[in-house]
Design a protein around this ligand. Structure first.
Ligand code: ATP
Length: 299
């Protein structure tokens, strides 16, 4: 599927530039973004630095294969750098499509997507993808040891302690340490649960230190244990100053994303509600109904 393409993108190195950005004002970098060193290559624009601002402006979309079915209708969404945003909604409401467009797998039928204020379609796609970490529902692991799986695709020199740091961030260190050969254990088909695979993929993404991190929560791993860890990962990416980044989570379980800065509720290709957990509960709309339904299902 399309998603497999993205699991091979782990080639970015924005760590040092991100470290440098800590403590500096955004304004400085906005100016740097516009400096003459921006390269207009045949493939597209590369910015000096990516801040991680994402804007959907009046985006509507039909899949080319089904031109009669509007999948997104006039979506307007502005995500700030370092914001943790969750996208929720019933199956088929358009959550994955939003991410497909953001990853530039498709072009909007109308409207546009801006990254740091620049049209997505003008940006160099390889450059951009190196700065976006995407963890899909069914991450792809390889028949090599756990450590190599976490390092996979990272071009810079990586020490084992960096690998373990990323694994700790992804709440994967403990279960990895208890494997027969720890980080040297070879990953084969039935070694890991779905939730564990996803945590290794999250560690892989975190090691690359992407400016924009997109997590598509696995529906196949909806056990209480992985819920606990996904929550933990969100807390970690949010609280660790060194790893400030824009995080977009497609959540199937509403309990995981209560701490998100903002929750976007989709229905029939439109954004119908937006706010934090408590605001949306108070509104007593679709989010409140979905939350109640999931709570009832668990009880
Ligand atoms: P889920 O929670 O089940 O993943 P979703 O909210 O992510 O659902 P999308 O996958 O974005 O929803 O799908 C939105 C609509 O677009 C659905 O009607 C779906 O059938 C349709 N759709 C999704 N992918 C394609 C595609 N590649 N070609 C044509 N239609 C598609």
């Amino acid at each position: 599927s399309e998603w497999l393409i993205f699991s091979t993108w782990w080639v970015g190195d924005s760590l040092s530039s991100l470290m440098q950005s800590v403590g500096a004002s955004e304004k400085v970098f906005r100016l740097m973004d516009l400096s003459p060193s921006d390269q207009f290559l045949a493939q597209g624009l590369k910015l000096q630095r990516l801040m991680g601002r994402i804007e959907f402006v009046n985006v509507s979309f039909y899949y080319p294969s089904r031109p009669t079915v509007p999948v997104l209708k006039n979506v307007n969404l502005s995500v700030h750098p370092n914001e943790v945003i969750a996208i929720v909604g019933l199956s088929g409401s358009g959550k994955s499509t939003l991410v497909n467009l953001l990853l530039h797998l498709y072009e909007p039928t109308s409207g546009q997507i801006l990254i740091d204020g620049f049209p997505l379609k003008d940006l160099d796609i390889k450059w951009l993808r190196e700065r976006i970490g995407y963890v899909g529902q069914e991450p792809r692991l390889f028949r090599m040891d756990v450590s190599s799986n976490i390092r996979y695709g990272c071009t810079r020199d990586i020490k084992q302690e960096d690998v373990e740091w990323a694994a700790k961030q992804a709440y994967a260190h403990n279960f990895i340490s208890s494997l027969p050969n720890g980080y040297k254990t070879i990953v084969d088909d039935d070694l890991l649960s779905g939730g564990q695979k996803q945590r290794i993929a999250i560690a892989r993404a975190i090691l690359r230190d992407p400016t924009i991190l997109i997590l598509d929560e696995a529906t196949s791993a909806l056990d209480a244990e992985s819920e606990h860890y996904v929550k933990g990962v969100l807390r970690a990416v949010r609280n660790d100053l060194k790893s400030k980044r824009t995080v977009m989570v497609i959540a199937h379980r509403l309990s995981t994303i209560q701490a998100a800065d903002r929750i976007v509720v989709m229905d029939g290709g439109q954004i119908v509600e937006m706010g934090d957990h408590w605001e949306l509960l108070t509104k007593d709309g679709l989010y409140a109904r979905l939350t109640k339904r999931q709570a009832d299902a668990v009880a």
